[in-house]
Design a binder for this molecule. Structure first.
Ligand code: FE2
Ligand code: FE2
Length: 192
């Protein structure tokens, strides 16, 4: 195991925090998906499952960057507090918003001058993918608050997740390639 270079110590600490955050988000969204299915909100359940898959991809990317910098992955998975699906959607949106506005921009600002490609790339991929989650969660919250359970939140549906960066879309083909990492759209995973 190579030692962590002193100049990368903070980057590795941040990668570990992000790894823990993404791993817990995966656990949380998986539990929220089960609750949404119970509530008959099968489309919201599909969204939670797609986002859970994306967070798993982020955790894997962070783990690779940690290893590359000589660190070791470790994290604690906390018990998930499951409430109503509306509250769960709001909790999910809160987590995404924190990552988009605070966590990843801060981690990127710290890592960028180090020119560590793996760290910069994995933080950028996660930041961009979380924006797609925040948009979809906001849409689901608005529909549920308006009582529109006959909309997409009510019936199981496909979401499309980039297996490289976690970019998540509700349309089968938005572009030829992933707008974040350039992967061919045909390689996207279909999550329902
Ligand atoms: Fe996310
Ligand atoms: Fe991608």
């Amino acid at each position: 195991m190579p030692a962590i270079a002193a100049e990368n110590a903070v980057t590795v600490q941040n990668l570990l925090a992000a790894y823990e955050g993404e791993s817990n988000a995966h656990a949380k969204y998986t539990a929220f998906a089960a609750k949404a299915d119970e509530d008959g909100l099968h489309g919201a359940a599909s969204l939670f499952r797609a986002a859970a898959r994306a967070e798993q991809i982020h955790a894997g990317n962070h783990a690779r960057a940690i290893k590359q910098l000589g660190g070791e992955t470790q994290c604690e998975i906390h018990a998930v507090e499951v409430k109503s699906t509306l509250e769960n959607l709001k909790a999910a949106l809160g987590g995404e918003t924190y990552e988009i506005e605070t966590m990843y921009p801060g981690f990127l600002a710290e890592a960028a001058p180090r020119k560590n490609t793996a760290a910069n790339r994995t933080f950028t991929y996660a930041l961009e993918a979380e924006k797609t989650h925040a948009r979809l969660y906001s849409e689901a919250i608005a529909l549920l608050e308006a009582g529109k359970t006959d909309s997409w939140i009510g019936a199981a549906r496909n979401f499309y997740v980039c297996p490289v960066c976690g970019y998540t879309s509700e349309t089968p083909e938005e572009h030829d390639r992933c707008p974040v990492c350039n992967l061919l759209w045909e390689k996207f995973e279909v999550i329902r």
